[in-house]
Design a protein around this ligand. Structure first.
Ligand SMILES: [Zn+2]
Length: 357
């Protein structure tokens, strides 16, 4: 195994949990097709042969307790035994939930280990269900165990990593991850997400962390129908300088692909170019900061035909390859008012950050 390679973690049993919803709704979009089609796509494109492919190990139950309450762990186990039932908002059990969810935790932990121990420079865990909405004691939003948060806590507690940045580019705000680390000054969270300025909600840029952690939680809440150019501006103007200032030893990435314009759940207008730009930015940060590397954990992304190409773009960026030409990179209509609104939001994010740095 070479220390400058990219590891890819998956497992066929990631496909066993199936929420009990046959109709197209939020729950049914989080389906086994997501990981199955993405992996087939990457195999057919010859990309898997360039990666260190590793089967995800199943995490021990106690690993979940690194960030979750015993009540959350026991309730997921109980509902799995019953074989159905609601654990939280848009979080439904199946007879395979507990085992599948622990496999996803294992994938995230193994990716953190590979990078922290110098066995890979980057790692990508293509496992489901996602995790970033799961808080200390509440599953919600298709998430049960918070995979990335458990892997980050594992890295700081057991792998000798002092400071971690979590970059979350899923379309939605990772409220679970934010809650878990809100008072932790050693975990920086930088999140770009869709935000509704008419009804408001969590993920506002004024949420900056608590106590010693003030200033380590950075939200970039952009309006719906945000195009590539606003994402690139947010990355260049906020994400890069903030991570450089914090100077983590490892980067964790909550990789959600539901901001893509063809996603049935997210309302953004992004193409695979942004996912390439994120991969390439992360690689540059790793070099500049002399970090161990980055580990990526799949969050959302609900168009099973688009997840593979979007991951291909991210991997190309990580590997310092040029932007691959992909079918989704078509000219999108530019909405100047969206771009202007986003620029003023970015200004406010920067002003908020200045006040706490
Ligand atoms: Zn999402």
């Amino acid at each position: 195994m070479r220390g400058d390679s990219i590891a890819f973690i998956s497992h066929p049993d990631s496909n066993t949990h199936l929420a009990p919803f046959p109709r197209p709704n939020i729950e049914s979009f989080e389906s086994p097709l997501r990981t199955q089609m993405a992996e087939s796509y990457l195999r057919n494109r010859g990309i898997l042969e360039t990666l260190l492919c590793i089967r995800s190990p199943r995490a021990k139950e106690r690993a979940a307790l690194l960030v979750h309450s015993p009540y959350l762990v026991d309730s997921i186990k109980l509902m799995t035994e019953i074989g159905t039932g609601q654990l939280g908002e848009s979080a439904y059990a199946s007879p395979e939930l507990f085992r599948t969810a622990l496999l996803a935790v294992g994938g995230a932990m193994r990716s953190a280990e590979l990078v922290a121990k110098g066995k890979a420079l980057h790692a990508f865990s293509l496992m489901r269900p996602p995790g970033h909405h799961a808080s200390t004691s509440t599953p919600s939003g298709l998430c049960f165990f918070n995979n990335v948060a458990i892997a980050v806590r594992h890295a700081t507690k057991h792998l000798g990593v002092a400071k971690v940045t979590i970059l979350d580019f899923d379309d939605h705000f990772g409220n679970g991850t934010a809650e878990i680390f809100y008072s932790d000054p050693n975990v920086q969270i930088v999140s770009i997400h869709e935000y509704d300025y008419e009804s408001f909600g969590l993920g506002h840029y004024m949420e900056v962390g608590h106590g010693e952690a003030i200033g380590t939680k950075i939200n970039i809440p952009l309006v719906d129908m945000t195009p590539d150019s606003s994402y690139i501006s947010a990355i260049d103007r906020v994400v890069v300088p903030a991570i450089e200032r914090f100077s983590p030893q490892i980067l964790a990435v909550s990789a959600g692909y539901d901001s893509h314009y063809a996603d049935p759940v997210g309302n953004m207008d992004v193409t695979s170019k942004v996912y390439w730009y994120l991969g390439s930015t992360v690689t540059k940060l790793v070099e500049r900061l002399n970090c161990a590397g980055s580990f990526w954990v799949l969050e959302g992304g609900y168009n099973p035909m688009m997840i593979g190409p979007c991951i291909e773009a991210s991997l190309a960026g990580m590997a310092k390859h040029p932007l691959p030409k992909l079918d989704d990179q078509i000219e999108r209509e530019t909405n100047e008012s969206v771009i202007e609104t986003n620029e003023s939001i970015i200004e406010q994010v920067l002003e908020t950050l200045d006040a706490y740095s």
